[in-house]
Design a binder for this molecule. Sequence first.
Ligand SMILES: [Cu+2]
Length: 128
Amino acid sequence: MLAGSALVLAAALAVANGHVRDTLPGQTVTAAYCDISNTTSEDAVLTGVSTPIASSVEVHETRNEAGMVRMRRLERIVVPAGSTVRLRPGGMHLMLFDAETAGIHEAAFVFEFAAGQTTRGVFAVRPP
Ligand SMILES: [Cu+2]
């Protein structure tokens, strides 16, 4: 009974290892990366991300198509039950528009999922 309760408490959607690439002077678009883990028994569908340091955030996927590196927007990403999805350079990433990182060392991000859950992550701002 106690062990079962502990498992229920531990099951969650969590964001870890978040970081934002600092913008260069004059640049307003940048990328952010993190790990999104789902320790629940149900697949989770990420539908939106927001942060006060950008006017909008999109989930993108980088693809190499016939030698051309292209990015495309993903409307949603599935984080399967019991899995971690890793957003990394060259793969899936968050794209921040109208980003303002000057003088900021960290920023809060909110992740919204289709079933209504939200989870927060604090992202470090790192040099590009
Ligand atoms: Cu992108």
